[in-house]
Design a protein. Structure first.
Lengths: 159, 159
DNA sequence: ATGCAACCTCAACCTAGATTGAGGTCAAGC
DNA sequence: GCTTGACCTCAATCTAGGTTGAGGTTGCAT
């Protein structure tokens, strides 16, 4: 297990369990950079393994690439990040996760109330109220989980 | 407030707080049906208000349209669903939600362990382990939340 | 010095969940 | 009976997060 300091994209992909195409995609999105060989092939440092692994984990945790980029942008520029740097941003992400869990539990409780009260009877039900916008605007269940709520859409619902 | 029994798509859209285009989209996806006027315009029944509202709520709860369709398909066919029918599927959804919360909390705990153990040190870390596939395969954070885990992808990671 | 796997770019395609626009029809009020 | 807003279909576009393929280079081992 010789400590190889410079890796090709295929090598680093195998190391972190990502596809080559994803890594190029992340580069296009600004989450990672590579320097190039004389023939324009991407070359990575050992430290990039950690960076890519972090991306993978953060995705498992439900963060968008935008969010992940925001965290990564807080890493130091001049030197490779150390354990403390990583611990810092992991802690930040744990907090984000907590918020998402809280939001989900709150919603769960509301649903409970709705079921309990013989609800789904409209008008009185918070979940059924059209003015109670939450799921509009993007793909996926994201708003629900604690992200920005987009400004109310046109739905002129005067029921 | 006259009880109108038949509604146009614009009317029902306003009632439930959805856009007209979404409702057509849901129809294309098989979540709702309309009968048609002589001139091919969609006509909805009062009972469809509840159906569409349910779709909205279930989305807020983070279900995909596929999942929502699966629930709706369990409603009776011959008659309009009653309160008990709705209560039944709401309960089912509460259970799904619980699973998602559990999964999220478990992941949160794992992250905690990782931070605590001075982790992010690779090799030993469960979250950092490439073989620990979870976020691959589709869009969004969905697998994480307890959905099907897709079969392991090619990543030949023999680190 | 050559062969071939791995790399390069760029464009097209994919799913989910829609919105927007073009071009055309319906129906209700005056 | 005509105007006008609401409706119709169908195709294109969008975001997120990628994959796939075409067509063309690089670079390492023999």
């Amino acid at each position: 297990m010789q400590a190889k300091d410079v890796l090709s994209i295929g090598e680093i992909a195998a190391r972190v369990g990502l596809s080559v195409s994803s890594i190029r995609f992340y580069e296009a999105r600004g989450l990672i950079q590579a320097h190039r060989s004389a023939g324009q092939q991407r070359r990575y440092h050992r430290a990039d393994i950690r960076r890519l692994s972090f991306i993978r984990i953060a995705q498992q945790l439900g963060l968008t690439l935008e969010e992940i980029k925001a965290e990564l942008d807080r890493l130091p520029l001049g030197r490779p990040p150390n354990a403390r740097d990583w611990r810092g941003i992991s802690t930040a992400i744990a907090a984000t996760l907590d918020q998402k869990i809280q939001a989900l539990m709150k919603t769960r409780d509301r649903l409970d109330g709705c079921i309990g009260c013989g609800c789904l009877s409209l008008e009185t039900c918070a979940l059924f109220n059209p003015r109670d916008q939450a799921a509009k605007g993007g793909a996926g269940p994201r708003y629900l989980l604690g992200d920005d709520i987009p400004p109310a859409t046109k739905a002129s619902a005067h029921d």
